[in-house]
Design a protein around this ligand. Structure first.
Ligand SMILES: Cc1cc2nc3c(=O)[nH]c(=O)nc-3n(C[C@H](O)[C@H](O)[C@H](O)COP(=O)(O)O)c2cc1C
Length: 237
């Protein structure tokens, strides 16, 4: 097990991995291939409201000539990060029995990320948070500098809090958060009901338009990140 100080330091290193040269080379190579957005459906419902909203964005990305893939988080148990630090040496999460490492491999080939979740007790689904946290720590290089966005759907309340929570890791990973005409939230309870939320659906289409425009403007090249060695100023020595 790593010490708390090592854990914090390693997390910061992962977050700033964008400075690593091979990533920049990968980004340059991406300008010649069709760009692709990876979407994570963080609901246990494969075809529920989260899926409906993500599909709306996927359709609009297609209109803009951008590919996408929706990965469903599934219904099997998902591990939380145990801060073992093994991913530093192994280059992948120690847990290979859930979808985290598979998502990491897919993300290496993708140019942007959208994470969607239903609201559970005013927060995103715990399983999708666990996946995103482990992705950041174990596969930071696949995420760093790439455009990202979150989406939250709820019956009545907690969507903005969930949306904010999901955006936090993006902003720590040098990932430019793509905006829309409103926060990316939708309302609905039973399967597919969010499709009746006309503003929520339009928000997803606008998000897709904006993400496509950003990807085209940058050629899919990730943000540069720090230009010199990352500095860590821990508050407790
Ligand atoms: C365990 C659980 C907790 C929930 N908590 C909330 C909540 O805090 N606020 C809310 O408005 N809806 C809540 N909901 C409703 C879901 O967010 C809502 O039905 C959502 O559309 C489901 O999305 P999905 O079809 O993608 O799974 C909860 C649902 C479940 C199963």
């Amino acid at each position: 097990m790593s010490t708390r100080r090592e854990f914090i330091k390693n997390a910061a290193i992962a977050a700033t991995a964008v400075a690593v040269a091979p990533l920049v080379e990968t980004a340059c190579a991406q300008t010649t291939k069709k760009m692709k957005v990876l979407m994570i459906n963080g609901s246990p419902h494969q075809n529920g409201n989260t899926a409906t909203a993500l599909q709306e964005a996927a359709n609009q990305l297609k209109e803009n000539g951008i590919d996408s893939e929706i990965v469903w988080i599934g219904m099997s148990p998902v591990h939380g990060c145990i801060a073992c630090g093994r991913c530093r040496a192994d280059g992948k999460c120690i847990f290979d029995d859930d979808i985290c490492n598979q998502v990491a491999v897919k993300m290496q080939e993708c140019d942007a990320l959208i994470v969607g979740s239903p609201v559970y007790y005013g927060q995103p689904n715990g399983a999708v948070l666990a996946i995103v946290q482990r992705l950041c720590y174990s596969a930071g290089g696949a995420l760093s500098g790439k455009p990202a966005a979150a989406f939250a759907v709820c019956r009545r309340g907690g969507a903005t809090a969930s949306f904010q929570t999901m955006n936090m890791p993006f902003m720590m990973m040098n990932m430019p958060v793509v905006t829309s005409q409103y926060w990316n939230i939708g309302y609905g309870q039973s399967q597919g009901q969010v499709a009746e939320d006309a503003e929520g659906m339009q928000t997803m289409r606008t998000l897709a338009n904006n993400m496509a425009a950003l990807l085209k403007a940058t050629g899919g090249k990730p943000m540069p990140g720090p230009s010199d060695r990352p500095v860590f100023t821990n508050f407790i020595k």
